[in-house]
Design a binder for this molecule. Structure first.
Ligand SMILES: Cc1cc2nc3c(=O)[nH]c(=O)nc-3n(C[C@H](O)[C@H](O)[C@H](O)COP(=O)(O)OP(=O)(O)OC[C@H]3O[C@@H](n4cnc5c(N)ncnc54)[C@H](O)[C@@H]3O)c2cc1C
Length: 381
């Protein structure tokens, strides 16, 4: 194994406490949350209390101003136990950075401490029934009316949709201006006219409250605008590399974890008087997965290193997202096969991982959109 070189002693201590938290407070409750279709609010407060949320938020807003690696470590530890319910990474590594980067001083003081301690759960609402990849064509509007915006529209597939207290909403403040009319607006969960639709019935991520959201003449003050009017699309694009890197971090860990599960299983499962791991087909498959796991980890760690220096490009992140998720899905399928029928049983982590992680090739920008970003770049050169 190529040794990872990203971590200091402080990172290692953080990992040990994150691992304890995840093993004691997340893993034992996950099946219960899957039945409920969402996680408990309490787990958010516990994660906040443990110092696991929004590690990068600066001290003056309630955080500890830690580097991105801490959030990545927490993401890895959650992935290691197959946790898909609490969308902590979305809250900490996607929403908090929007507010930190574009929020006014007042917005940061008002919201960030709650994000850090877990009392405010967040969501980011971009996708609509008629526009997912094609975000410039969203139809939700926020039209200025005196000191307010009046919001109308519908969102779909929104993670944390049922639990969210605060939504970063992508909407059109100038519907005639295409992509240049997109803005980000903060919408509190208790605003009149804001309703939550179905908690969607998915093939995986069953403990995740991925939902529809409806906005019917929802009034918010103009001070809820996040960043600059009409710059929302650009703001989204600026933050997407970090989102994609987080997905790659998660995927790299799942590939390694699937390998561990499969090594254990194939060594103990017998057929034709041998262990499954004695068959050459199994050995070759495991060798392929091991090599993929190592190569993926080295690239993803390099991306983290670049990101810490502010040098991760949108293309680097798109390659990380596309390759890691495609590889992960292939690996999960190959590993599941080595479990035979047990690999198809929900009680086996490999089955859940296979179903859960299919979404990774779609959410956060589909593989096809990643290819578009990469090919545009090479053809331009
Ligand atoms: C579990 C889950 C959680 C999610 N969480 C969130 C969330 O929290 N917030 C949020 O806003 N969204 C969320 N999403 C939505 C997700 O980001 C979208 O599903 C994704 O961006 C794709 O959009 P779409 O579903 O509308 O597919 P479409 O855009 O309709 O795409 C359909 C197909 O066409 C392909 N395609 C589209 N355009 C092109 C093109 N130009 N060239 C080639 N192929 C193309 C796509 O790659 C895809 O294969 C989530 C989705 C899932 C499944």
């Amino acid at each position: 194994m190529i040794e990872r070189s990203l971590f200091s002693e402080e990172h290692n201590l953080f990992r040990a406490s994150a691992r304890r938290f995840v093993e004691e407070r997340i893993a034992p409750f996950h099946a219960e949350w899957e039945k409920a279709g969402q996680v408990s609010r309490e787990i958010w407060a516990e994660a906040g209390e443990g110092g696991f949320l929004c590690c990068s938020v600066p001290e003056e807003y309630g955080g500890v101003g830690a580097d991105f690696t801490f959030g990545a470590i927490f993401t890895e530890e959650l992935a290691r136990v197959g946790s898909t319910g609490p969308a902590f990474h979305l809250h900490s590594e996607i929403v908090a950075p929007y507010i930190t980067a574009y929020g006014t001083e007042e917005q940061k003081r008002k919201w960030l401490p709650g994000l850090v301690n877990g009392s405010v759960i967040t969501a980011v609402a971009m996708s609509e029934p008629g526009a997912g990849s094609d975000l410039q064509n969203i139809r939700t509007t926020a039209i200025a009316d005196g000191d307010d915006y009046v919001i109308n529209g519908q969102k779909v597939f929104i993670s944390n949709g049922q639990l969210a207290d605060l939504v970063v909403l992508a909407c059109k403040t100038d519907p005639a201006a295409g992509g240049k009319g997109v803005s980000l607006v903060l919408v509190e969960g208790d605003r009149a006219g804001f309703t939550r639709g179905r908690n969607l019935d998915k093939i995986g991520y069953k403990a995740q409250d991925t939902s529809e959201l409806f906005f019917n003449d929802v009034r918010v003050p103009k001070s809820n605008l996040l960043g600059v009017e009409g710059r929302g699309f650009k703001q989204l694009m600026q933050q997407l590399p970090q989102e994609r890197l987080v997905i790659a971090v998660r995927s790299a860990t799942i590939v390694e974890t699937a390998l561990d599960w499969t090594l254990d299983y194939t060594k103990q499962r017998k057929a034709f008087g041998k262990s499954i791991s004695d068959f050459q087909n199994t050995q070759f498959k495991l060798a392929e997965v091991k090599s993929q796991a190592v190569m993926l980890r080295v690239y993803v760690d390099k991306c983290i290193e670049l990101h810490l220096k502010g040098d991760l490009t949108a293309v680097d992140a798109a390659m990380a997202k596309m390759q890691s998720t495609e590889m992960m899905c292939q690996v999960l399928d190959d590993c599941l096969q080595l479990f035979g029928g047990y690999g198809y049983m929900w009680e086996y982590p490999i089955a859940r991982a296979w179903a859960d992680n299919r979404m990774a090739r779609i959410a956060g920008g589909t593989s096809e959109i990643m290819k578009q970003i990469i090919s545009r770049d090479i053809l331009q050169d």
